[in-house]
Structure formats: C-alpha cells, structure tokens
Design a protein around this ligand. Sequence first.
Ligand code: F3S
Length: 425
Amino acid sequence: MAMRLTPDQQAMLDGAKGETLAKVMKTLVMYGEAFGAEEMIPVTAEKGHLVTSFGLSMMKPVYDLMDQLIEGGAVNGQKFSVDPRPLDPAVPVNLLQKLVFKFMYSKQSDYEAQLRQLGLVENDAFTCTCYLPQVGNEPKQGEILSWAESSAVVYANSVLGARCNRNSGILELFGSIAGCVPKFGLLTDEGRMASWVVEVKTSRRPEAQILGSAIGMKVMEDVPYIRGLDQWLGGQLDDAAKAYLKDMGAASASNGAVGLYHVEGITPEACQQGRALVRPDAKVYVIDDAELERVRAGYPCIWKDPNAKPKLCFVGCPHLSLEQLNQWTDDLCAALEQAGRKTVAVPTVFTAAPAVAKAFEQTPAAGRLKGTGVVLSSICPLMYMNNPLCGKMPVATSSNKLRTYSSARYYTDAEMLRIMVKGEC
Ligand code: F3S
C-alpha cells in the first residue's frame, strides 16, 4: 500500500529540497512500505543518536554516502550523539594489536570530521548511553525518535517511555535528516502491547544480565510485560533501578531482539496502564532460580583454552552510569583490601560515557579507582574485540551483549570482582 504523505513530505520526495533529500525521503518511504506503514510521523525528540561510530577502513560506501549527504545540504536535520569510539590509547594493547587497530580504523578521524559536518552535537558525544543525564540526550515520554543502537532504543522505549523502532544504521540518520519516520511497530499503541507475561519468581535479585538474556532468548522481538521484578528493584525507578534496567534491556536486545519491555510497578507505561498493556492471548514465561541457571549454563565458551586465566576484564557494555562507577569502585576497593592487595591482578577496563567519566573524575572515588590500576575509558569493548588479535585473548566481561557478539566470556558481577582481585574465577 502506498503511504499517505503530508504536502511537505511529498514535496521533499518530489525533489523540492534537492535530489539528495529526495533520495533520503524515498528510502524512508520504501522502509515504511516494507513494514506496512501508512504514514510518516514527525521525529519530535530534540536530538538523534547514530549507531555507526567507527571509521573502519573497508566502509567506503558509507563515507561516500556521507559526502553526498553533506554536499547535498542534508545537514540541517537533528543534532545527534554517536555510539562509543572504537579506539582509546589508554586501553591495553600489544604492538601487533596496535598495528592491526591502526589499519582497521584508519578512517576514524576522517569519519569523525564527516559526523561533525552532519550534526554531531559535540566532539566528545560518543557513547551508547546518550540518555544519561550527564550526556544530555534524554528523550521524554511519548517523544518519537530515530535511533538504531539496540541498547539505547530498548532503554528509551521502556525506561523513558519514548517511541522508537529498532532501526538500522544509516536509516536512523535519514530519519534525523528528514525529520520524520514511518509509523509502524513500536511507534503505535498497538505495537507497544505485550504478547508475553514474564513472571519473575526467583529467591533473590536476579542478575540483570542473565534475566535480560533469558527474556530475550524466549520472547525474541516481542514485547514482554514483566511481573515480580519490582520487589527486587525497591519498587521505584531510582538511579539503581535505571542502571539495572539498562543492563537487563541491553541483554534482552542482544540475546534476542527486544525493543520494548514493561516492568509492572516500575516503568512509566506499566505504571500508567498496568495490565491493560497485556494482550488477551499473551503467553506466560516463568523465570525462577533454576531457569536462570539453565540459561547461564547454555552459554558456550569459545576461548581456545577454556581453562585459561583471563588476560583482560571489561566492565561497562553498555557504558556504566555514574552510580555504577561509584558502586564498582567501592566493591573493588573493599575486595582488594580484604585480599590484602592494592591493585587488580588482571588488567581491567571500566567504560563510561565521556561526560560520565568527567563527572566521576570530580569525585574522591576517582582517585581510589585509579589507585587500583583500573583504566577508565569511553571505548566500545566490542570494537576492541573485533580486532582479530584481541578476539584471540581470553577476555572476561560482565556484559551479556559483549559475550553474544564476541569471544569474551560472561561472568556475574561477583565473579568479575573475584577475577580482578585473584586473577582467576
Ligand atoms: Fe555500547 Fe559498544 Fe556495548 S555500543 S552496548 S559498549 S557493544
């Protein structure tokens, strides 16, 4: 079915704003038609967010496209933040790994120059947690977004109540440029209803990363309505609950394809509409301690030597919140003191948005963390692991997303602490 367009949208499609913008609009229309959208709706959030943050040497078509957009005047759309950078000299690498990085991301500075011309909000706006208050790209409930980063989309939809589909890279930029997106899926009331009820019946607070993984693998791209989790989140959407939901959501979005979840008594739409959000024919998935153990036991270990001692620890994928950075620092310092150590036994990297790291640097905890030898970086751990020489190392992580997309091995937060302090789990 052909989409209904407003006169302005039709004019853009017909070339009133130039050939380049006409192609941008045509792509969005084709995207919408493929998903049965009947109309375009305005992008109402103040800022966009792009997923493609890395200047991989082989992405020539992307750079050519960016040049065309810039030359065609497609620079008056939304300002945007971008996913984390792939490189940080502070993160440990050996000489060979460094050489490979140099080749892999040889286009990084050229690409960043293109991003600045297209509307990068500021030089350091590279993080997947753009919605954190220190970063300042925090959409409001009901606002329409054109984002693609899966962990940010699921957070914006679920925790903030904004509306965004799981778009692809580049298409999300086109939505920001044109100022409109096709209306389907999670942008509609119907698409935000839950077709699963997840009953959390655990004897203790579930590990966010495993709970999200279990939900993602069961419901895939459907919307779950989660019951019984509010008791483990203190019954309110405070900073600790938001950090928990950030990690749970990222795991559900990467281990499955969840773009929105509701948590009874916690997330905004669940608080406002309650069980009216659940479809009458919704299926039920019960998660207890045994189910979480079953899910965890199913994670393959693809290290060459499964008994190897970890050579590097990554914490913060998605990037850590300020509250999480403080908590990790307290927990690590206490664990080191108990073990009679001053510094970590395994090179360890905590990652956070540049603006969050800056805020953290102003606190006394920053000096304590530095004293442990931990590197605080704003790198994307996955981009690091994409270096084939890094992918061969036994890397430990508390991120289920990183486990899914790389050879890194997943450990719970408590296990990660033990590895950092003792060198093994
Ligand atoms: Fe963020 Fe990179 Fe992980 S974008 S969620 S740190 S894979």
